[in-house]
Ligand binder design. Structure first.
Ligand SMILES: Cc1cc2nc3c(=O)[nH]c(=O)nc-3n(C[C@H](O)[C@H](O)[C@H](O)COP(=O)(O)OP(=O)(O)OC[C@H]3O[C@@H](n4cnc5c(N)ncnc54)[C@H](O)[C@@H]3O)c2cc1C
Ligand code: FES
Length: 267
């Protein structure tokens, strides 16, 4: 990892988009070269001082949510200590960002690109859709997005909504969109093995989706996985994911992911 990958950036804005979910925005650093699927480790700039009160010691990985309007955006769900702390910060607070890290999404040439998001797994798909729009203007970009309840569904307004040709929502409790899980949405019009498939979400959803796509004969799907990460660049060995076909039996998700082919994972 080069020194250029470490930056201290002032927080520009926090915007709530659903219960417990918010955009965290920074001014885009000059010369930043990042791809959809890359992630950053975010933390307090250093120990001590007012800006670090309540900050966790270790950084937390966040996918690049979007790069637009001269800003670097992260879509975050408040789950625990760090993600609640980020939400509490006033504009201007400096944060340490290390990245871009990891292996990003490939952008295959296809007529249809279908993104399957469970919960905060929505985060990487705005920038992915933006890049695909730019590179393949005639392609159709679809988002299948599921949450447990209606109040957890992120608001998608104006330019964010316009990145997608289709947005289909579902909820586990049927309070918004189709009732059931996002994997259940695949029955019918979305049983199209020829699309480029992308997914991000909780492990049980990804496991079920991997089995479903395999049964449909889909090749080359790309899943963005999550594991606990302490460093983000291959040192701590915290982020191991078992492989289906050893050797080696494991991969480090921060270096060989987070984007992986689901057929290579021992779910
Ligand atoms: C490559 C990568 C990209 C990510 N991108 C995003 C993103 O764009 N937006 C976003 O909101 N989150 C993202 N995450 C998850 C985010 O890093 C965790 O939610 C965050 O670390 C939780 O920190 P915390 O201190 O708030 O929670 P903690 O207090 O550390 O934990 C709270 C709860 O969340 C669970 N948890 C913590 N980290 C993870 C994890 N990585 N996976 C599953 N469960 C976890 C814990 O087991 C615990 O139950 C990403 C994770 C990875 C690995
Ligand atoms: S997060 Fe430290 S090795 Fe992957």
């Amino acid at each position: 990892m080069s020194q250029d990958a470490v930056r201290t950036l002032p927080l520009v804005e926090v915007e709530d988009v659903a219960a417990g979910t918010y955009w965290l925005r920074f001014a885009l650093p000059a010369g930043l070269d990042c791809e959809p699927g890359h992630f950053f480790m975010l933390s307090a700039p250093s120990a001590g001082g007012a800006a670090t009160m309540g900050a966790p010691f270790l950084g937390r990985p966040l996918s690049i949510g979007d790069v637009a309007g001269g800003r670097l955006h992260f879509l975050v769900r408040a789950l625990g200590r760090a993600t609640a702390w980020f939400r509490s910060l006033p504009s201007g607070t400096p944060l340490r960002l290390v990245g871009p890290l990891g292996r990003p999404f490939a952008l295959p040439e296809r007529p249809v690109h279908r993104m399957v998001a469970g919960g905060i797994g929505l985060a990487p798909f705005f920038y992915l859709a933006r890049r695909l729009r730019h590179r393949q203007p005639a392609a159709r970009i679809e988002l299948l997005y599921g949450e447990r309840t209606a109040d957890a569904h992120a608001r998608l307004a104006g330019p964010e909504r316009d990145l997608f040709d289709l947005v289909e929502r579902c909820t586990d409790d049927g309070s918004l969109g189709q009732p059931g899980t996002v994997v259940g949405m695949l029955d019918g019009p979305f049983e199209d093995a020829g699309a480029a498939w992308y997914a991000c979400g909780p492990q049980p959803m990804l496991r079920a989706l991997a089995a479903r796509l395999e049964s449909m004969g889909v090749e080359g799907a790309q899943f963005s996985l999550e594991e606990r990460m302490a460093c983000g660049f291959g040192v701590c060995q915290a982020c191991i994911v078992p492989r289906r076909d050893p050797p080696p039996a494991y991969r480090l998700l921060c270096m060989e992911g987070p984007v992986v082919d689901p057929r290579e994972v021992a779910w």
